[in-house]
Design a protein around this ligand. Structure first.
Ligand SMILES: NC(=O)c1ccc[n+]([C@@H]2O[C@H](COP(=O)([O-])OP(=O)(O)OC[C@H]3O[C@@H](n4cnc5c(N)ncnc54)[C@H](O)[C@@H]3O)[C@@H](O)[C@H]2O)c1
Length: 330
């Protein structure tokens, strides 16, 4: 398959490109590099520096490169910023995705894979999170993802574009060979922050809330390895061949891990103490979020390879240890 990976210079997209290539597909990357890194994409991967909202350019590219499937990872993903700058999020995450879908229609490309998020569920009443729980996001970021999901359902209904939606929990880790990894700027994700605190590149890590109704008082989240996420994206290809398809899958390990457990695991893997201090709870942080991944297991035959948090953190550490500054280009 010829697969255009939109946002393929970002964290999850770049890992997916590697997995696509390993599975024998032809992956091409489109990214405007607002947050991505050119160095995250190998030199032998066709790379187009372009904004996904440029309908005419994207449509031409889809035709010229004979694209079969579009995978869409490009978005702004800072929850706090989405609250203070909502239009920035609606414009890029929803508006530009509409332009991308229009470009696909122009070019006659009808298969789409979309990065959604567990944030579309808001604060669910029941755990683990199953696909058919009500979706009621509590911030504009989650709202933009839910809007795109609704658009994709409508397009599938009329047979225009078949799509697969993946709701990720907390993406974590790095490629096993240590060549690519996680470099967000600014970084907000716990594992890279804890590694940076452990190596003295950051001040003490703040633990937001130690009085949650969880076994150790800190929040529980579901850390799923980025290569496991990528494998699900490829496993879904067969389903996209059918017209009127809209499928959705929650991607997580199904195992909750607390903030304190992450810090302990980072200490064990790196051999360094993680300096940390208690801080008040953050608004909108539910005590516990973890996936029911039965649907992905059953329908896609998907099996997360990294079930043990230390093995996930070991891959992150391999990347950070040899790239303490992250990618050199930013
Ligand atoms: N990282 C996570 O834990 C997580 C969890 C749930 C969902 N997601 C979703 O997964 C996707 C990928 O996340 P990530 O962590 O890899 O993010 P990332 O910021 O590393 O990657 C996003 C990429 O999209 C590019 N991009 C953004 N706007 C663009 C535009 N208008 N035109 C072209 N390129 C553009 C950026 O330059 C970047 O390379 C996002 O859609 C995010 O919302 C991520």
């Amino acid at each position: 398959m010829n697969v255009l990976v939109v946002g393929g210079a970002g964290y999850i997209g770049s890992h997916c490109v590697k997995q696509l290539q390993a599975a024998g597909h032809h992956a091409l990357v489109l990214d405007n590099l607002v947050y991505g890194h050119r160095a995250a994409v190998s030199n032998d991967t066709p790379f187009f520096q372009e904004d996904l909202g440029n309908r005419a350019a994207v449509s031409q590219l889809l035709v010229d490169q004979k694209i079969d499937i579009v995978m869409h990872f490009a978005a702004y993903a800072y929850v706090g910023e989405s609250v203070t700058e909502p239009l920035k999020y609606y414009e890029n995450n929803t508006g530009n995705t509409i332009q991308l879908l229009l470009a696909m229609q122009d070019a006659g490309v009808d298969k789409f894979v979309f990065s959604s998020t567990c944030a579309t569920y808001g604060e669910p009443n029941t755990l683990p999170i199953v696909e058919n729980l009500p979706q009621s996001p509590i911030n504009p970021y989650g709202q933009t993802k839910l809007q795109v999901e609704a658009i994709l359902k409508d397009l599938a209904h009329v047979g225009k574009i078949s799509s697969a939606v993946f709701r990720y929990f907390n993406a974590a880790g790095a490629s096993e060979d240590g060549c690519i990894g996680e470099h967000h700027s600014p970084e907000t994700h716990l594992i890279p922050l804890a590694i940076d605190a452990a190596t003295g590149r950051r001040a003490a890590l703040k633990i937001f809330g130690t009085d949650y109704p969880t076994p150790d008082g800190t929040c529980l989240r579901d850390y799923v390895h980025v290569d496991d996420l990528s494998r699900a994206h490829i496993a879904v290809f067969d389903q996209l061949g059918k017209a009127n398809t809209f499928v959705d899958y929650n991607l997580g390990t199904g195992r909750p891990t607390s903030v304190k457990e992450i810090l302990t695991a980072v200490e064990k893997v790196t051999g360094f103490k993680v300096p940390a201090e208690d801080a008040p709870r953050r608004e909108g942080d539910p005590p516990s979020l973890y996936a029911d991944n039965t649907k992905a297991r059953t329908e896609l035959g998907w099996e997360p390879k990294y079930m043990d948090i230390e093995s996930t953190i070991a891959t992150a550490w391999k990347w950070h240890e040899s790239n303490p500054e992250g990618y050199a280009d930013q």
